[in-house]
Design a protein around this ligand. Structure first.
Ligand SMILES: Nc1ncnc2c1ncn2[C@@H]1O[C@H](COP(=O)(O)OP(=O)(O)OP(=O)(O)O)[C@@H](O)[C@H]1O
Length: 765
């Protein structure tokens, strides 16, 4: 067979592009080394060095990310442009030649690349021919062409369009899964492209069934927005929220593979600085904590309960007198603080000011009253003096502050859970059962370990009510640090000034601490350097950070309290929301987008839908769609793009042995690719996970959300469908995780949607 001349032609261009990429890499490498060698004496020089260093490092990251499949598409236009060009080559990054004028490669996100994704024979967008290239290790392996103008057939150059038997899309969909999501830049489809590049600057909800590419679209939209609005977004950052850490690990490589690293990926549970929520709630507790109508009044009441009144007969000793601190004084101070309408901690100053005014007045009345007629003998200046003295008397300040103490969100939430009287007062109108759901022992756990994901939005809400800012807390920590350094310096001066020569042999442990702190000084200097942290890192540490764009994936799982927390991070409301209400498993989650967004943006949110299922072959989708009809008959089931001829089947297991049987099926079958065994019970999944051969994973359903595998075994669907109130949705999620093969292993009777699955005794390949 004669070699295809198109391969040679494209190889010439590919070589030129890689050669240029290598030169760009060498230049960036050299500049980075030079930058690192420069000394940075002044803070300004240090700052400049840091910013160059970041620039070259990012450039190298982009270059490295683009290495694989750098050049993948070409458009031949029907008319040349003004400069006489009628060919556009499209790749993972834009590349200009050494002259900085000639375009060797267009970035896939550039406007000129768009027809590559949009053109169809019905609407060719000026494109005559679209070419897909498959390359590996810098060599062109295959080329396939599509002719978009009528009359031009796929044969003009003597070669059939299907040099590759499958189109790039089908090849991508059939590829074995690696356990990590990959990018789809080469095969983005029209309805997906319209969402990725959508110019709407408000809330856009992307609804679509399982496997329609919602997550893929969200990630490519992030990459597109960073490219198109780099100035704004590199300063304010992009936040992507996912349902759990397993999911975030699964998608973590997609943006770096597109050369974008400045995005913060987080779960709701990790969104409060300093907290990694590891606690677990009962379903009812999570539901109560997630429901703003139920829990917000409780949090408000908890803060107000800390604004208390003194017991009768309380006084402070001041200047040899007993000054009463009675309800009237504290009530006046409390009213003054509340009238500021500021959060609790920030209103404390007003509280104290009024309290000292009142106490000074009480004291002055006693001290300065004329014995003749009771008239006030003290002047206004005397009263001022008393006020100042009261406000600098530790005992007085401590006594008064009990009634408007400085609050900390975590301490307050722990008290609410652990102190039954406090909880009872804050949860008026709740049933005893619901109240008991909040109860938790006051175990002296290490910081943050006891908080659950549902607690995190409550901490955030309390931080708002209290006026607690983590960046202020960090600043305070830093200030403390500097004070300690200064003290250490004093100690060191004394130590070295008066030290005997043999101090090294005879060191007092107390004095050693001074040396330790001097070491710490260098650390403190490094802290200064952390001012140049990346946007994502700074945003992570700062609760009050507001992002330029926020993407929420699996958004149907979020509670109303979680939404309040997220909305605080994005006051401009430029958001992309990805989800499928039919997959809602969390009982605090949503079944209606309208209910979620109307309070924030009224009716100014847009809905976009994805309709094609790229993941699941039609053999599997048939069963999943029956469930969808039960969950929400109004939803149109997504269409499967392909069929693979592998029929799902069931295997019956002895009582109590469904999981063991499923594992045997998985191991004996030895199917190609990754296999997931999905169960309802988290503990059973954890116990069965150890010692599995590579390629077989046992997962509780919650951790499989958003993921996909070549082969999926669903264990005991009846249990999945009945364990939670949203059980049918859970089963729907389970059935739609497979890209190739679905097997159901059960002992209990099957839900009706699966009742006609053919049975197999043992699994044939
Ligand atoms: N245009 C495309 N080209 C190639 N692969 C695609 C395309 N669109 C989607 N896919 C693939 O289809 C699979 C499903 O995509 P994705 O996980 O984004 O779907 P989803 O809608 O988020 O699904 P779910 O709701 O079930 O989590 C992924 O493997 C993804 O890479």
């Amino acid at each position: 067979m004669t070699p295809d001349p198109r391969l040679a032609e494209e190889q010439v261009h590919l070589d030129a592009v890689y050669a240029r990429l290598d030169r760009m890499r060498a230049t960036a490498d050299r500049r980075l080394s030079e930058t690192l060698l420069e000394s940075a004496g002044t803070p300004q020089a240090l700052s400049e060095r840091e910013s160059y260093e970041r620039h070259y490092t990012q450039m190298l990251t982009r270059i490295d990310a683009a290495e694989h499949n750098l050049y993948f598409g070409r458009l031949d236009m029907s008319e040349p442009d003004a400069a006489g060009n009628d060919i556009a080559r499209i790749g993972r990054m834009g590349i200009l030649d050494d002259d900085q004028v000639t375009t060797l490669l267009l970035d896939w996100r550039a406007p000129l690349s768009r027809p590559f994704y949009l053109a169809t024979p019905a609407s060719p967008e000026g494109v005559r021919r679209r070419r897909h290239l498959r390359t590996r290790t810098r060599a062109v392996r295959s080329v396939s062409d599509e002719y978009l103008l009528s009359g031009e057939v796929d044969a003009g150059d003597g070669h059939d369009a299907s040099v590759v038997n499958e189109t790039a899309l089908v090849a991508a969909l059939n590829a074995a899964r690696t356990g990590e999501m990959t990018d789809i830049v080469e095969t983005i489809q029209r309805e997906q492209d319209e969402i990725i590049r959508n110019a709407h600057r408000g809330v856009m909800v992307v609804q679509g069934g399982p496997g329609t590419g919602k997550t893929a679209v969200a990630l490519h939209r992030a990459a597109y927005l960073l490219y198109t609005h780099r100035d704004v977004l590199s300063r304010s950052g992009v936040l992507i929220i996912g349902p759990n850490d397993t999911f975030l690990d699964y998608i973590a490589q997609v943006l770096p593979s597109l050369g974008e690293t400045g995005v913060l990926l987080s779960t709701v549970g990790n969104l409060f600085p300093g907290i990694r929520a590891a606690g677990v709630d009962s379903r009812r507790a999570a539901e109560l904590k997630g429901d703003a109508d139920r829990i917000l009044p409780v949090l408000r009441a908890a803060v107000r309960a800390r604004q208390s009144l003194p017991p009768a007969g309380l006084y402070v000793n001041f200047d040899g007198y007993r000054v009463p601190v009675d309800s009237a004084v504290i009530k006046a101070a409390r009213a003054a603080a509340r009238s500021t309408r500021r959060p609790h901690n920030l209103a404390q100053r007003a509280f104290l000011r009024t309290a000292f005014d009142e106490l000074a007045a009480v004291h002055a009345r006693k001290l300065g009253a004329s014995t003749l007629d009771g008239s006030q003998l003290l002047t206004a200046a005397d009263l001022d003096d008393i006020r100042v003295e009261l406000s600098t008397d530790d005992d007085v300040v401590r006594t008064v502050l009990q009634f408007w103490p400085t609050l900390h969100p975590q301490d307050l939430l722990r008290d609410l859970y652990a102190d039954s009287r406090f909880r009872r007062g804050a949860t008026r109108g709740w049933s005893d059962e619901d109240r008991a759901e909040l109860q938790r022992d006051a175990a002296p756990l290490p910081e943050a370990a006891d908080m659950s994901p549902a607690d995190v939005p409550l901490l955030d809400e309390l931080a708002e009510l209290i006026g607690y800012r983590t960046d202020e807390a960090l600043r305070e920590q830093k200030a403390q640090w500097r004070r300690r350094i200064a003290e250490a310096q004093d100690a060191l001066d004394i130590l070295t000034g008066s030290a005997p020569q043999d101090i090294e042999d005879d060191m007092d442990p107390e004095l050693l601490m001074a040396y330790d702190l001097i070491d710490a000084e260098q650390l403190a200097e490094r802290q200064e350097v952390t001012e140049y942290r990346t946007t994502a890192e700074r945003a992570y540490d700062d609760r009050s950070w507001t992002f330029g764009h926020v993407i929420v994936d699996e958004a149907q799982e979020l509670s109303t309290m979680a939404w309040r927390m997220i909305m605080r991070r994005i006051p401009n409301r430029w958001m992309t929301i990805i989800g499928d209400t039919a997959q809602t498993g969390d009982s605090a989650g949503t079944t209606s987008w309208e209910r979620i967004f109307t309070p924030y943006v009224a009716n100014r949110w847009r809905l976009r839908e994805l309709t094609v299922n790229y993941r699941t072959p039609s053999e599997i989708t048939r069963y999943a769609n029956r469930l969808l009809a039960l969950i929400d008959p109004s939803q149109t089931p997504p269409e499967s793009l392909r069929s693979n001829g592998i029929e799902p089947y069931r295997v019956e297991a002895p009582a109590g042995e469904a999981l063991a049987t499923a594992l045997t099926v998985a191991e004996e079958a030895d199917w190609p690719g990754l296999t997931a065994v999905l169960v309802a019970d988290t503990a059973a999944a954890a116990a069965a996970t150890a010692d599995r051969p590579d390629g077989i994973r046992v997962l509780p359903l919650h951790d499989a959300k958003g993921l996909e595998f070549d082969n999926v075994i669903v264990v005991e669907p009846h249990a999945l469908a009945t364990t939670s109130p949203r059980g049918l949705s859970d089963l729907y999620v389970a059935l739609t995780r497979a890209t190739q093969r679905l097997v159901v292993v059960h002992h209990d009777p099957l839900p009706e949607a699966l009742a006609d699955l053919p049975q197999k005794q043992s699994d044939p390949r």
